[in-house]
Design a protein around this ligand. Structure first.
Ligand code: TNX
Length: 504
């Protein structure tokens, strides 16, 4: 199906040499092929367990569809005919923390990078250069060829993320791991988990166990809810870490706290526990900011979660504190910032925290206004999540059965066709840490719903975060995207077949 009126000139498939997303920074194809065969080996330096793990990950992803063994072997200097070599190399430090270089000849593949993360992202490129059926979990017919040539590639932004709201509707560890695999495929490196809100508290805190037991017992619509044990959370974090993805935990405060206020009466100013809440209104709850116990609560929660979080970030929410007077709000954020810092983490908050006095290491997440500029003025950096472009819970069109539309309708083109550095006056490239696409789940109940709202818009956000601004263009992108339908289908992803995209 093509969305093009016949008279619209547009690039054709023939002019898109390959369909890698995000588009690599530099590509030179030479017109030949390298075939995978039953003799192809994956070679790594076996003394480095991290490289061995990346080699195994590549082999694990090539075996099911091809049926070939892909042994992971010790690299011994010269590249033996017909193999894939993964190697660390500091000969091109300009590739940075996450960049890589891929050289493919008819005789072999050499993937090199200054750091392991670059090799891992290069492996995703190799997967995407192969035919879509490589993603199948059952044997398929080849031929399994890679195009010859060279790719030098590195990300534009350090932060390329997705947020999932597991509070409004709870999603268990298996779903989160599946999502992590999909993020990795598109070179996204942050998963922000919105772990608490009015409707649910989703992680066990041993010093305050009723947060999870009571606060986690329901969700929007009154279903059973759920929560992660600390072991489950740590397991998710480790799974992500093995895929070069940093988990960012969020505990939203001082508003969006009804689940906590329902769990412990003493967190309320009047000492009376609130009833559990399963609706979708926002802005009605607040921690009691005059009570010392509130700060003991915050300290305990931050300490327990920080201890299970190797990544450097802790997100404190801070949005829509409509039930908190502004001066109290500011004092609260500043005090919480000190608590987060005392546990060795960098504080992140939604744009509203820009009203408080921020440490230069603190990070602000823009969502719908220019108040983030206040944070930029103080030297803080910005994660761009503009609701009108990056919110995966917005409907695609008025006909979309799921989602909200307070920020507008976001078709696939709207989600792709914008630039973080030119969207908000006063917030430029050097102020921006990167991009993140939030999926709020008031209306999202199943994995199929989640995938359908995220895909394919999330793929566009991934490209915005990774690919150079120059050369990024919807007309070309949407053809590459169209070629991802068999890949997404092979990975079992339920995605929105937008009429804007010429799906294969
Ligand atoms: C606003 S975005 C919220 C969330 C809602 C979302 C729905 C933000 C920081 N707060 O509480 O879930 O809108 O789109």
């Amino acid at each position: 199906m093509s969305a093009y009126p016949a008279e619209t000139p547009s690039p054709t498939r023939a002019t898109v040499p390959f369909s890698v997303i995000p588009k690599p920074a530099e590509v030179n194809l030479s017109g030949g092929t390298f075939p995978l065969t039953e003799r192809t080996q994956v070679l790594v330096n076996p003394a480095d367990p991290e490289l061995l793990a990346i080699g195994q990950y590549l082999a694990d992803h090539l075996r099911p569809a091809t049926g070939y063994p892909f042994p992971v072997q010790a690299a011994t200097g010269a590249l033996p005919e017909g193999s894939i070599l993964l190697t660390l190399s500091d000969s091109d430090p300009s590739l940075g923390e996450e960049g890589y270089e891929l050289a493919i000849t008819p005789n072999g593949v050499r993937l090199s990078a200054p750091h392991p993360a670059g090799l891992f992202w290069g492996v995703q490129t190799i997967r995407q250069l192969l035919p879509p059926s490589i993603e199948s979990s059952a044997p398929q017919d080849g031929p399994w060829t890679l195009p010859t040539g060279s790719i030098r590639d590195w990300p534009r932004f350090a932060w390329r993320g997705m947020m999932l709201d597991v509070s409004r509707h709870f999603f268990g560890p298996q779903v989160i791991k599946h999502l992590i695999d999909l993020l990795a495929y598109y070179k996204m490196n942050r998963l922000h988990l919105h772990l608490s809100d009015d409707q649910g508290w989703r992680i066990m805190i041993h010093s305050w166990p009723d947060l999870a037991r009571i606060g986690g017992s329901t969700q929007v619509g009154g279903g059973p809810g759920g929560y992660y044990s600390q072991e489950e959370y740590a397991d998710i974090v480790a799974y992500a870490q093995n895929r070069y993805i940093t988990v960012v935990p969020e505990i939203d405060m001082p508003g969006h706290t009804n689940a906590a206020l329902a769990s412990y009466a003493e967190l309320n100013c009047d000492g009376v526990a609130r009833p559990l809440y399963t609706g979708t209104e926002v802005g009605f709850s607040s921690l009691c900011l005059d009570k010392e116990i509130t700060y003991r609560f915050v300290d305990d929660v931050v300490r327990e979660i920080a201890a299970r979080t190797p990544g450097p970030y802790f997100h404190i929410g801070g949005d829509e504190a409509m039930a908190t007077p502004q001066s109290d709000y500011i004092a609260f954020i500043e005090r919480v910032q000190g608590i987060v810092q005392s546990y060795g983490k960098q504080m992140i908050g939604w744009e509203e925290i820009g009203q408080a006095k921020l440490l230069p290491t603190s990070i602000v997440q823009l969502w719908h206004s220019a108040v983030a500029r206040e944070a930029v003025r103080q030297g803080a950096r910005v994660i761009m999540s503009p609701a009108t472009r990056a919110y995966l819970d917005m409907k695609y069109t008025p006909e979309t059965p799921l989602g909200l539309h307070w920020a507008g309708y976001i078709e696939v083109k709207d989600a792709y066709d914008w630039d973080p550095a030119t969207l908000v006056e006063g917030i430029g490239e050097s102020d921006i840490l990167g991009v993140e696409a939030p999926l709020w789940t008031e209306t999202i109940q199943t994995v199929a719903d989640m995938e359908w709202m995220a895909f394919p818009r999330l793929i566009g956000i991934a490209e915005i975060g990774w690919s150079p601004a120059v050369g990024r263009d919807w007309e070309e992108y949407h053809l590459r995207l169209g070629r991802h339908s068999p890949r997404l289908a092979a990975m079992g992803v339920n995605f929105y077949r937008s009429p804007q995209v010429p799906w294969e």
